[in-house]
Design a binder for this molecule. Structure first.
Ligand code: PGA
Length: 247
């Protein structure tokens, strides 16, 4: 059985004061919560860990591929682990677009996360033009081939399917489209990793809100969500966590 995961990506939002939302989330979690993760901006990771204790895991939004060295402004995965954080998001479409990250960059980052003992959340997803052209599954398969390392620990590898056109737009694919994308991802992972792929969790991301969370979590092969905007406030994120725990 895969443990469900509700992951929040704060992107470049928040402040030290906003970390009190985390305390509010920790206090209002449902009784039998799934795994809950928040990835705040890197400067707040240490404060966030102090704020929530063990009930909410804290992760990073990106990392460098190297363990250390002359890379001004970058963050190494052993540093993220050293702070007590448990996860790193790699290959988010905003990184792929804003920073020109390729599949092989993402693969190296995912590998660096795993080597440091972190769980790597590898993001994939098609653009609107690719969606319109009916290329979604081909794009996802190419990204999986390019971005997922060969040497994974399936228990610490998570794939987040995030259609780029659904991120921050309020638009989502239909439930059938999410179901077929997730089924295709599972098949591709099983072809490559065999039974070990069963432990890899698949998240959906892109405009997940309290209003659509239950429907999305009812889809087979959806093991949770990667949530942007709606993870910033306890009043939005806790209902999503609750919907996941009830699914
Ligand atoms: P959103 O972002 O929930 O604000 O659409 C999702 C993401 O980018 O992970």
């Amino acid at each position: 059985m895969r443990r469900k995961l509700a992951a929040g990506n704060w992107k470049m939002n928040g402040s030290r004061a906003a970390l009190y939302e985390l305390a509010k989330m920790a206090e209002t979690l449902p009784e039998d919560p799934p795994e809950v993760l928040i990835c705040p901006p890197a400067p707040y990771i240490a404060h966030a860990i102090e704020m929530v204790g063990p009930s909410i895991m804290i992760g990073a939004q990106d990392c460098h591929t190297a363990e250390k060295g002359a890379h001004t402004g970058d963050i190494a995965t052993p540093m993220i682990a050293d702070l007590g954080a448990s996860h790193v998001i790699v290959g988010h479409s905003e990184r792929r677009t804003d920073h020109g990250e390729s599949d092989s960059d993402v693969r190296a980052k995912a590998d660096a996360g795993l080597k440091a003992g972190l769980t790597s959340i590898i993001c994939i997803g098609e653009s609107e033009a690719q969606y319109d052209a009916g290329e979604t599954i081909d794009v996802l398969n190419a990204q999986l081939r390019g971005s997922v390392p060969d040497d994974i620990d399936p228990y610490r590898t998570v794939i987040a399917y995030e259609p780029i056109w659904a991120i921050g737009t309020g638009k989502t694919p239909t439930l059938d489209e999410i179901a077929s994308a997730h089924a295709a991802i599972r098949t591709t992972l099983t072809d490559r990793f065999g039974d070990r792929a069963d432990a890899i969790r698949l998240l959906y991301g892109g405009s997940v809100k309290p209003g659509n969370a239950s429907d999305i979590f009812g889809i087979p092969e959806v093991d949770g969500a990667l949530v942007g905007g709606a993870s910033l406030k306890a009043d939005d994120f806790v209902p999503i966590i609750t919907a996941l725990s009830e699914s």
